[in-house]
Design a protein around this ligand. Structure first.
Ligand SMILES: NC(=O)c1ccc[n+]([C@@H]2O[C@H](COP(=O)([O-])OP(=O)(O)OC[C@H]3O[C@@H](n4cnc5c(N)ncnc54)[C@H](OP(=O)(O)O)[C@@H]3O)[C@@H](O)[C@H]2O)c1
Length: 306
């Protein structure tokens, strides 16, 4: 059985990915940070990635065939307030992990973000020049560049996704679901565009990218962009909730604090060509999100945090 190390295994992507990988026959070890994992069908360890000097020995001990690096300081506002922490976790830790992966001959898939773009033009391809506009984005771009420099064969997967998370509140879909279910009004941004994949689909694609031994930069997104408002309406309709509770709002009229890119619609032609298949679109993603809710996944994820 091939060994997979998932970092960030207590997070939205990492936990969903680790569970999917177990189902796909991988021998999974999941590293979390502050939150311990329990009742999960894989080996779970708490490893502080801020201890940069300890990373290579831990990776060498495990000798994984594949590492999918999902851990990050992924809270945009927190990154803005703590730039040194963001730099260490989003740029220096991935560099150390890349060095460790290369040394022990493990494949590496490093998770990055659509936020490396300024959101002015949209339909971004891998060949487009990034222009990060906040600390989170700058440090994630620095992480991409450090990983590619140290280990050019590593995959850099830029992603955006939604799904059920161990906190019940990490993704935008959960935000709409939770607020609308308790009949609270929310803003839905009509001028912010993104191309999110359902996390279950993203997990499958990341494993496929590794199995095909792709290398370099890939945009791993839904081929269909949507506004955050329209996405909220789709979530409301999926669960039979009241879509009139979503106020169509222009972010650029009310934006304060951390700057956020507006048009992060993404082009996925390169990945679709490499896989030789179409990527799952919005309807397919939302159906899978709904089916996992019916199957009790949200409660299982919440129960995974000790
Ligand atoms: N969510 C999105 O829509 C989105 C969009 C674009 C890109 N991304 C990227 O996708 C990846 C996963 O994001 P996510 O939303 O799943 O993140 P998340 O839910 O916030 O999870 C972050 C993970 O990183 C771990 N972590 C944080 N500090 C750590 C430390 N010092 N040592 C070890 N682990 C640490 C956390 O562990 P503990 O909680 O146990 O400390 C947690 O498991 C990130 O690279 C993010 O930049 C996310």
């Amino acid at each position: 059985m091939k060994k997979l190390l998932v970092t960030g295994a207590s997070g939205l992507l990492g936990l969903n990915l680790a569970l999917k990988a177990v189902e796909s026959g991988w021998d999974v070890t999941g590293w979390s940070g502050r939150r311990a994992l329990a009742r999960v069908p894989f080996s779970a360890q708490q490893v502080d990635l801020l201890d940069l000097a300890g990373i290579s020995a831990r990776v060498a001990d495990l000798a994984p065939d594949l590492i999918i690096h999902c851990a990050a300081l992924a809270d945009i506002d927190k990154a803005e307030q703590h730039p040194a922490l963001a730099e260490k976790l989003n740029a220096q830790a991935p560099e150390e992990l890349a060095r460790a992966a290369r040394t022990c001959g493990a494949q590496l898939v490093h998770i990055s973000t659509d936020a490396v773009f300024d959101g002015i033009s949209g339909d971004y391809r891998e060949t487009d020049e990034p222009n990060p506009i906040n600390v989170y984005a700058r440090t994630k771009l620095a992480g991409e560049r450090a990983v590619s420099a140290v280990y050019p064969q590593a995959v850099i997967a830029r992603v955006n996704f939604y799904g059920w998370s161990p906190t019940g509140q990490r993704s935008l879909a959960e935000f709409f679901y939770t607020h609308l279910r308790s009949e609270q009004t929310v803003n839905g941004f009509t001028d912010v565009f993104f191309s999110p994949l359902y996390v279950g689909h993203l997990a499958g694609l990341l494993l496929k990218i590794a199995e095909l031994r792709l290398e370099g930069l890939y945009h791993v997104f839904s081929p269909q962009a949507t506004s955050k408002y329209a996405f909220g309406v789709s979530v409301a309709r999926l669960f039979g909730l009241d879509e009139s509770l979503i106020n169509p709002t222009a972010l650029k009229e009310i934006q304060t604090g951390t700057p956020r890119s507006l048009n992060l619609s993404m082009n996925t032609d390169k990945l679709q060509a490499a896989l030789g298949e179409a990527l799952p679109g919005e309807a397919e993603g939302l159906q899978a999100f709904y089916a996992d809710w019916q199957n009790g996944l949200p409660d299982r994820l919440i129960a995974a945090i000790a």
